[in-house]
Design a protein around this ligand. Structure first.
Ligand SMILES: [Zn+2]
Length: 219
């Protein structure tokens, strides 16, 4: 079993040409990146020393690495605004973003494919790759407080993921009994995203979970 940590929304960086299209205050908010996720991700990498890990280098406002590239929401609304003002600039940014997205996805898929081609030493039913996507969510949405500390997202129809989610929850509760942990909150584990795409591509040898941490711990 190999652990593969990733952090799609680690950064709020924007390429120089696209930076001007985004209001400065927005660049510092949860809309631009997952506040605190990179800190947790780095700790996990340092602790687990995985063979492979990767993190996003640009803001999701440039392109969302956790969306299918053909999904409209992969590109933020700022592209529309830029397009009205300067169509060639918008097209150039989108092409650059698509290239960056493709490279990110390709690196991950290459690692999984090479791991799956190696002979297995553990039980056949156990997944070869356990992917942990580290994310964070804003403590308040539309004026409502989200009353959860950590969310664990997975596909409930997949036994290995269900089991891993239980193990992770038990471990969090053991270390921090006061923490409120919920499954498939604040999002569904089966929405369009990286784990969903990888499940489809690699089947049961791959198990993908996302850890969603409340940003109140970092603000
Ligand atoms: Zn995220």
């Amino acid at each position: 079993m190999k652990l593969m940590p990733t952090c799609e929304h680690a950064s709020n960086r924007l390429p120089a040409a696209f930076k001007k299209a985004i209001p400065a205050d927005v660049q510092q908010t949860h809309r631009a990146y997952d506040i605190g996720a990179l800190q947790v991700f780095r700790k996990l990498v340092k602790f687990a020393k995985p063979e492979f890990h990767c993190e996003g280098n640009f803001s999701r406002l440039f392109v969302d690495l956790n969306r299918t590239i053909t999904n409209k929401s992969a590109f933020s609304k700022y592209y529309d605004e830029l397009e009205t003002r300067n169509k060639p600039a918008a097209e150039k940014a989108k092409a650059q973003a698509t290239k960056y997205w493709t490279e990110y996805r390709t690196a991950i898929e290459k690692f999984i494919a090479s791991s799956l081609s190696q002979p297995k030493r553990v039980a056949k039913s156990a997944p070869t790759i356990v992917h942990l996507g580290i994310h964070s969510f804003t403590p308040m949405l539309n004026g409502k407080v989200r009353n959860t500390d950590i969310g664990i997202l997975y596909d409930p129809s997949r036994p290995a993921e269900r089991q891993l989610a239980q193990v992770i929850k038990a471990e969090i509760k053991r270390l921090h009994p006061e923490m409120k942990v919920r499954f498939n909150y604040p999002y569904k584990g089966i929405s369009d995203g990286l784990t969903t795409a990888l499940r489809k591509k690699f089947g049961p040898q791959y198990a993908g979970l996302e850890i969603e941490i409340n940003q109140k711990f970092f603000l």
